[in-house]
Design a binder for this molecule. Structure first.
Ligand SMILES: NC(=O)C1=CN([C@@H]2O[C@H](COP(=O)(O)OP(=O)(O)OC[C@H]3O[C@@H](n4cnc5c(N)ncnc54)[C@H](OP(=O)(O)O)[C@@H]3O)[C@@H](O)[C@H]2O)C=CC1
Ligand SMILES: CC(=O)N[C@@H](CCC(=O)OP(=O)(O)O)C(=O)O
Length: 347
């Protein structure tokens, strides 16, 4: 099988990572590559690291260019996916890396986003444990898929087994996460200038206002089978890639550390992309760079009776582009990890 795959938003960070991974995908031929302000530029001048694609020229992003492909990855700022998707034939597989189709609640969308609600598509986190089975079944053969946000990926997978097994209270969850700057995209933002970021960590989106909060709650509610609320505080770290998230939750009375560990082992034993590290080994962002994996560790703060779950991902790989390709594979009926590496780049 050779699948012709387009990347819309190929000049951005997510688009660049998609192309890097697609170059190693044995069933894919890279089709249209598109941009907005950078249309007409050679990829070699935008993403010099993509050597084999250096001479490809970025086209304008429109439905006509994208329609000639079997599958299209949308890696555009949120708010731009719905209009494009509506103009593409139903048989073209569309995998949206943006937020547009992630939320099932129009009220949540309107509260947290500044564009019109577009609806929801199957959510592209195959490993998410559900009350019955996992999210993978919703993705097999799907032709429209919404790729999760980068923070929700690591955080959801760090908390879902505890909620799925009824071990933690769904209304006492606190999450603090640190992200590398590529999570914010490539466009110029004053707080991302090198002199602002280097040698400093800073919080942002504080006070329950970050737009990943409803996405995290939606995912955890699916795992728990009941509503979940969570306090989420993101921070910016002086590194290009990676997210380290510390997620804690109040344990139900009587739950033991062994029960907690068993819940995680059973949730992820058959999941190659979610790695529960050996006891005492803690996730580090450096170990997952470029890899389509979540590194995870869980323990119990016995004094306060809290679950402490720590996860590390590469925001551009398992956090976006790798997850998107995993979804493409599920959509097309290919082995799920085709073209994806679980090995990080270290040291
Ligand atoms: N970075 C990350 O870690 C993650 C990103 N995502 C999501 O992926 C999407 C892309 O993010 P990212 O790559 O970081 O962003 P970037 O800012 O790096 O890239 C944005 C891309 O969209 C193009 N673009 C900008 N405006 C328009 C427009 N009006 N019409 C068509 N194309 C446009 C840009 O083209 P040009 O360069 O020509 O202006 C560029 O190719 C976003 O929705 C983001 O939220 C999801 C998870 C994680
Ligand atoms: C460091 C940083 O700024 N990260 C981004 C999240 C990136 C992401 O996943 O964005 P989408 O949900 O829009 O796809 C942020 O906090 O807004």
């Amino acid at each position: 099988m050779t699948v012709r795959v387009a990347v819309a938003g190929a000049s951005g960070y997510a688009g660049g990572e998609l192309l890097r991974l697609l170059l190693a995908h044995p069933e894919v031929q890279i089709g249209s590559v598109t941009a907005a302000s950078n249309a007409g530029q050679r990829l070699g001048s935008i993403h010099p690291h993509l050597t084999p694609l250096a001479d490809r020229v970025l086209a304008d992003t429109n439905a006509e260019v994208l329609a000639g492909n079997d599958a299209v990855f949308l890696a555009l700022p949120h708010g731009h996916s719905a209009a494009l998707a509506a103009q593409l034939p139903p048989e073209v597989v569309i995998i949206d890396c943006g937020a547009d189709f992630r939320l099932e609640s129009a009220d949540n969308w309107t509260h947290f986003y500044d564009t019109a609600y577009a609806g929801s598509w199957p959510y592209g986190l195959p490993e998410l444990p559900l009350a019955q089975g996992n999210q993978r079944d919703a993705l097999r053969g799907a032709t429209r898929i919404a790729v999760p946000g980068c923070y929700p990926t690591g955080i959801t997978l760090a908390l879902a087994p505890a909620l799925n097994h009824g071990l933690a209270h769904p209304d006492d969850i606190v999450i603090v996460a640190a992200s590398g700057t590529s999570g914010a995209g490539k466009s110029l933002k004053p707080h991302l200038l090198g002199s602002e970021v280097m040698g400093s960590m800073s919080p942002y989106g504080v006070g329950g206002v970050h737009r990943h909060t409803p996405e995290i709650e939606q995912n955890l509610a699916r795992a728990a089978g009941q509503p979940v609320t969570a306090s989420f505080t993101p921070t910016l770290a002086p590194m290009a890639r990676g997210i380290l998230a510390t997620s804690t939750a109040k344990l139900v009375d009587g739950v033991t550390p062994a029960q907690v560990r068993d819940a995680y082992l059973s949730a992820y034993a058959a999941e190659p992309c979610v790695v529960l590290l050996p006891e005492g080994v803690w996730p580090r962002t450096a170990d997952v760079l470029g890899a389509n994996v979540v590194h995870l560790q869980v323990t119990v703060d016995e004094r306060l009776r809290r679950l402490v779950a720590i996860s590390a991902i590469d925001n551009l790989t398992k956090g976006t582009a790798g997850a998107a390709i995993q979804c493409l594979n599920l959509s097309l009926g290919l082995p799920e990890l085709t073209g994806l590496s679980l090995a990080g780049l270290a040291p």
